[in-house]
Design a protein around this ligand. Structure first.
Ligand SMILES: *[C@@H]1O[C@H](CO)[C@@H](O)[C@H](O)[C@H]1NC(C)=O
Ligand SMILES: *[C@@H]1O[C@H](CO)[C@@H](O)[C@H](O)[C@H]1NC(C)=O
Length: 263
């Protein structure tokens, strides 16, 4: 089963996450010209063999397309899924991550949510913390910061539809709201089954201190929060990036459909 997972996951990584690195020589040209593209491999852990699947769904342009996606969890209870870049990615000098995701609940309460995670944990791209429910798969991971899309109110959460930046620096991360360093509530529900696009910007140039900005569907949820990524303990400015998600006794599909990092 482990082996099947590897095969399936690796078949899909290439479409999941493209890394674009700024080429200084061409920096005066428009973005799509100045970037050099290198596809970054992803290694992943899922609980069941069919977590990484091609699924048929409506694309943002309104056509029915077969969209390759990573399904981090199924709609079963107590699932945890994570997916990481194969290599460490330069993050300290600033980056923009753009990704599309979809959270599809079953009837009634839905839980728990997914997270975009930057981590430099000792286990690297093999990091996996089976941590269901509110932990969303990132709790317990040291040297990490998680931007969670939380659809279940628990542990002091402000509501059941918020985006929060969770970190304990070099310590194992914690899902409880007291470890939020910034949060906000999007006007649309995260778990409405629609495809959402989020943009996370780590801006090291516009302000005296680096800041992080998070938007969902063009709406800014966390705006220029002062935050130094170096506080998680990076490796010469680099870290693994990826996604995690979990279900608790309430469950839902968590899918990531695309991901681009510009650094
Ligand atoms: C994980 O990362 C290490 C070093 O950072 C690399 O050598 C290895 O190939 C990666 N493993 C996978 C499965 O991608
Ligand atoms: C650290 O990062 C800088 C900037 O990218 C690079 O020039 C240097 O070679 C790196 N040092 C090591 C030891 O990897």
């Amino acid at each position: 089963m482990e082996k099947d997972n590897q095969r399936l996951n690796q078949a899909f990584f290439a479409v999941l996450c493209n890394i674009y690195t700024r080429n200084a020589i061409f920096s005066y040209l428009p973005l799509f010209v100045l970037t050099t593209k290198s596809v970054n491999m992803i290694s992943a852990h899922f609980e069941t063999v069919d977590e990484a699947k091609e699924v048929k769904m409506r694309s943002v342009r309104g056509r029915y397309d077969t969209v390759p996606s990573f399904r981090l969890t199924s709609q079963e209870q107590l699932q945890t899924g994570t997916i990481w870049s194969k290599k460490k990615i330069r993050v300290l000098s600033g980056f923009t991550a753009t990704f599309r995701f979809q959270v599809t609940p079953v009837n009634g309460a839905s839980g728990d949510g997914l997270a975009f995670v930057i981590q430099n944990a000792p286990n690297g791209n093999r990091t996996y913390h089976k941590s269901d429910g509110s932990s969303m798969g990132y709790a317990g991971i040291p040297n990490s910061v998680a931007i969670e899309f939380d659809t279940y109110e628990y542990g002091g959460d402000p509501n059941n539809n918020h985006i929060s930046i969770q970190t304990k620096g070099k310590q194992p991360n914690d899902w409880r709201h007291q470890y939020s360093i910034g949060w906000g509530t999007p006007s649309t529900r995260i778990d409405n089954g629609a495809i959402h696009e989020s943009i996370i910007t780590y801006d090291t140039k516009s302000h005296p201190q680096p800041t992080i900005t998070v938007s969902m569907n063009g709406e800014i949820i966390i705006n220029n929060l002062k935050y130094d990524l170096g506080s998680i303990g990076l490796d010469n400015g680099t870290a693994f990036i990826g996604f995690s998600a979990a279900t608790g006794y309430s469950a839902q599909f968590h899918r990531v459909l695309s991901c681009e990092i510009l650094n």
